[in-house]
Design a protein around this ligand. Structure first.
Ligand code: MN
Length: 332
């Protein structure tokens, strides 16, 4: 997925004042890849909150009638310094990247792409997909890992169930379920399904910040109602979280992690540590896709390419937007 926004915008708590205990992050609608493209609901980053643990981006979409919206059509675009985490509820997406991975993203299976020093990828909903519904999240890599070689992992967690609930832990550990997927800071990611009227208390790591995205139904966390499509933020210090589903049941995504403890500079699809780094990433991307356009196969195999090579034949790569006039500020 590609960030079509240039600068984070406002919006946050439902109330004007500080939220009581639980901070509610309200989504804004963003067209994914320009006009005639599907809309996503972006809850992270926001002006007042850049990170939850190392999670730095959350796009939530659907259920989307692909026949109306055109589905997901994100041509080749670059990333640096982050991992993308794709999680679907319905539909299927075809992923292809410059590290040589070609994969299907399917419901209940996590696809994690580590950009490291640089990668480019494309994401298209498959022709058979009629309804597309899911989320894409980004994780900022810590300074110690952000220059690593790009890679890709896939994992289908075995569902864990109890009375009135089912969960799929795709990153980290929760309720005895442990994901083998590689993270570079302590992280948690899980889908939780609750039947109507179910109360579930989760043992959580008190050193983590947590976020709860309500995909469907009605939910309260520690007594605080969280509306559908909102992301509830809980600061460090919660050794447990009590979820309660209303009469429609609920499906939620739970994310968490140790505070990153580093300031990041985030612009378009790049995460770095300085304005100058971002400017250089952008220049290199523009140069590499210019080379593609010039010769058709110039990306094939040159060892110093940050974002290539990329399989030929797909739609044209996405050029980067213009840089802002001001310096890009560190966040977090
Ligand atoms: Mn992407």
């Amino acid at each position: 997925m590609s960030n079509t926004e240039v600068a984070p915008q406002e919006i946050l708590c439902e109330t004007d004042g500080p939220c009581a205990g639980v901070e509610l992050l309200v989504p804004r609608q963003v067209p994914l890849g320009g006009p005639r493209a599907m809309d996503v609901r972006r809850t992270l980053p926001q002006r007042q909150r850049s990170l939850i643990g190392a999670w730095c981006f959350l796009d939530h979409y659907g259920p989307d009638q692909v026949g109306d919206s055109g589905g997901m059509k994100v041509p080749r675009h670059p990333h640096t310094g982050l991992q993308t985490v794709s999680w679907l509820f319905t539909g299927e997406i075809e992923h292809q990247d410059s590290a040589g991975f070609h994969a299907a993203v399917r419901p209940g299976e996590v696809n994690l792409m580590t950009a490291g020093r640089g990668i480019s990828h494309s994401e298209f909903s498959t022709p058979d997909t009629t309804v597309l519904h899911g989320a894409q999240l980004w994780v900022a890599l810590p300074d110690t890992a952000r220059h690593m070689a790009p890679t890709f992992e896939h994992y289908r967690p075995e569902p864990v169930s109890g009375s009135g609930w089912t969960m799929r832990v795709f990153l980290g550990a929760l309720s005895g379920s442990v994901s083998p997927v590689t993270t570079h800071t302590p992280l948690l990611g899980a889908e939780i399904l609750l039947d109507a009227g179910t109360e579930l208390t989760l043992e959580t790591d008190a050193s983590f910040e947590h976020g709860l995205l309500v995909d469907s139904g009605t939910l309260a966390v520690d007594g605080q109602p969280v509306a559908k499509d909102n992301l509830a933020y809980l600061p460090v210090g919660h050794g447990s979280l009590t979820l309660f589903a209303g009469s429609d049941g609920a499906r939620v995504l739970l994310i968490g992690g140790e505070p990153l403890g580093e300031k990041i500079v985030m612009w378009w699809n790049f995460v770095g540590r300085s304005h100058e780094e971002i400017v250089a990433y952008r220049a290199q991307w523009q140069s590499e896709i210019g080379a593609d356009a010039g010769t058709g196969d110039a990306a094939g195999g040159a060892p110093d390419l940050r974002f290539g090579p990329f399989p030929p034949g797909g739609p044209a790569a996405l050029p980067a937007p213009a840089l802002p006039n001001a310096r890009i500020r560190p966040r977090g």
